[in-house]
Unconditional design. Sequence first.
Length: 325
Amino acid sequence: MSHPARFGLALVAVLAAGCATPGGAQAPTAQSVVVDSCGKQLTFTGTPQRVVTLDQNSTETLLALGMQDRMAGTANVKTKVAPRFADAYAKIPVLSPKILTSEPLRAANPDVVVASFKELFTADRAGTRDELETLGVPTFVSAVNCPDGTTAPFDRLFRDYENFGKIFGITEKANQLAAEQRAAVAEVQAVKRDPVKVVWVYSVFKGVPYVAGKDGMPSQMSKIAGAVNVFDDLSQEWPEASWEEIARRDPDVIVIGDLSERGNPGDRASEKLAMMREHPVVSQLKALRENKVIELPGIEMDPSVRTVDALRAFGAGLDEIAGRG
């Protein structure tokens, strides 16, 4: 079993050898790999061998790239791991089934930490990115979580793949994955559909719904499939809304995220649907009365290798609803 003290010794060795240097603290050499990640420049003078992922999305993405032998730990599993990754996932230490904190992270002796969300790097969670940088550990955050105002979410996700290819020396595999998923996006986009208004309901906390804003994947999935996200005026990924506001915006189609295995009240798609059918205002929506509802795995609404699966299912759901109309 790893021990926190060993983490410190390992970092001394890493820094002495120049294996991985975050934040541009060391001048790049001819052999260095330099990537930008959510406001930080990461410099690698060697190929990382001990990767820790802070969430299921980044875990599954790295598994899709064949990285299981270099994964020193995972955390924050929201739902069942996709069957195609189950065997590989079973061999990786689960440092925490929930959000990872700094002590078990340091005990795992990572030489890079990967996350889909910058919110996982806080003092009371894994530690801040600056703190880990001081210890010699680079932190990679998905570009999808850092909107630049010009690049669409899927393009930023594919940039993640390409950066992983550079960092881990698997460029060919990473480029192949990006190409395959670009083709899948183009396939959904090629279908001509009548425009409809869509609301994406991801989760419900204490009776309050959280919906897709304009900065997340569902907004672009809507555009790709020829739909309009009714909360595209909110500049967040998953802003808080109200049932009354959802009703006021009168969506033609309701997309509900299912997070059954996470175990929180309101996580199941069936629970969210029941709340909506019991609500005095939302229950009157034509979309609900005519059952124009699409259920998708909530995990696939966030950026990962599985997001393209949600896009395909969303497109198919819209086509089915249109056929019924």
